[in-house]
Structures are given as structure tokens and as C-alpha cells.
Design a protein around this ligand. Structure first.
Ligand code: AMP
Length: 213
């Protein structure tokens, strides 16, 4: 099953993707995580992406598409995948559609997590993430048991550079301009389901699972 999780930065895609990918038994592929890993290991793609990421801008389509197509060609993705943070532009969506079409395949579903702008800013500016397992926390709504330490793996928690308020506003503007058109694009293909993304995490997860089944 090939599923896309669509939503603004901070909509909860990462949190929901974990449970959903376990439920579907497919890998969770997040282009943001791939870029952060590439930066850490100092690869060419990581170096290209760094400046765009720090400014809250999108990495050029050809770079992202190349990286994503390589990732979904790996053995673990042959029975499907859950994409998080990709596609983010119409051109990326078309490249993905073309690549799937070459294998006589299509996307099965696009789940759009809808969250208000005010809520997004509050979520992102209080967000802490585990350096080791990427588990997300929030200073107010989902704090770890021990300050600065991941409950699951004891990893160190950190705040992303691009979660500063000014960069958050840029990222939300980019979502409105470049990514929001994908909502209509996929709706017109009849594969988009809109899920209200505010409220209880478990209830949102259940709604996503029942929508898919
Ligand atoms: P995320 O973790 O999904 O919020 O992504 C962090 C940053 O990585 C974004 O602000 C972009 O700079 C870059 N990025 C991730 N995915 C994409 C994509 N599909 N297209 C362009 N840039 C991306």
C-alpha cells in the first residue's frame, strides 16, 4: 500500500506516521528525516539541503525527487510505504505519479491532516525531538518524564533550528503557497481524505486507520 501523509509542518505527520506505518507494515519515509541524516553524515545531498532547511525553504525539486526515488527503490519499500513530507509541490507529486505509473502502480490514499495556523505555531515552537529515535515531545502538551531525555530510548532531546518562530512562519507560508495546492490535486483524483488533526492523538490515529480500511 502506498500512502501519502499530507499536512503543514507541525500537523502531527511524524507522530501519526509511526503508528500508521506499524499498522500497515510498511516503512515510514520522511524526506525531512532523510535530509537531516544526510546533513549529519556530510553527504553531497546533505550539504545542498542545509541552507534551504535553515531558512525554512524547500530544497529544489530535482534534489528531493532523486533522493526519494532512490529510497523507494530499496527492498523494504517494495510492498509499499508511507510518505511523510513528500510530495510538497505539484512537480514532486507529478514525478511520483510518473514513477509509480512506470511500474503500473498508483497511490492508494492521501491523508490530509488539517490543523489551524495558530495551533501549528504553538506546536512547532514548543517541539522537542529525540536525536536518536526521532520521537517527538512538546514542552507543554507532551513533555518527557525527565527533562531533555527521551522516555523510549534515553536519547538526548533537541529543538530543531528551523522550529524558531520566524522560520516557522516562513515554513507555514511555503506550505500555503507550494504544498496546499496538492489538496485539490489529490481530491480531484478521488484519493484524498481529510482528517481533523487537533485533539486526542489516539483518536486521530484511529480515524486514520478506519479511513484507510
Ligand atoms: P520536515 O522535517 O518535513 O519539516 O522537513 C524539514 C525541511 O527539509 C523542510 O523545511 C525543507 O527544507 C526540507 N524538505 C523536506 N522534505 C522536502 C520536500 N519534499 N521538498 C522540499 N524540501 C523538503
Amino acid at each position: 500500500m502506498q500512502v501519502v501523509l499530507l499536512g503543514a509542518p507541525g500537523a502531527g505527520k511524524g507522530t501519526q506516521a509511526e503508528a500508521l506505518s506499524a499498522h500497515l507494515n510498511v516503512p515510514h519515509i520522511a524526506t525531512g528525516d532523510l535530509f537531516r541524516a544526510a546533513r549529519q553524515s556530510g553527504t553531497e545531498i546533505g550539504n545542498i539541503a542545509a541552507g534551504y532547511m535553515d531558512r525554512g525553504e524547500l530544497v529544489p525539486d530535482e534534489v528531493v525527487v532523486r533522493m526519494l526515488l532512490e529510497r523507494i527503490s530499496l527492498p523494504d519499500a517494495q510492498n509499499g510505504y508511507l510518505l511523510d513530507g513528500f510530495p510538497r509541490t505539484l512537480d514532486q507529486a507529478k514525478s511520483l505519479g510518473d514513477a509509480l505509473g512506470k511500474n503500473d502502480s498508483t497511490l492508494d490514499a492521501v491523508l490530509y491532516l488539517n490543523v489551524s495556523n495558530e495551533e501549528l505555531v504553538s506546536r512547532l515552537s514548543g517541539r522537542w525531538i529525540c536525536r536518536k529515535c526521532q520521537a517527538p515531545y512538546h514542552a507543554i502538551s507532551a513533555p518527557p518524564q525527565k527533562d531533555g531525555t527521551c522516555d523510549r530510548c534515553d536519547g538526548e532531546l533537541y529543538q530543531r533550528e528551523d522550529d524558531q518562530e520566524a522560520t516557522v512562519r516562513t515554513r507555514l507560508g511555503v506550505f500555503e503557497k507550494d504544498t496546499a495546492p496538492l489538496i485539490e490535486y489529490y481530491r480531484s483524483q478521488g484519493i484524498l481524505s481529510e482528517i481533523p488533526g487537533e485533539g486526542n492523538v489516539k483518536e486521530i490515529e484511529n480515524k486514520m486507520i478506519s479511513t484507510l480500511s
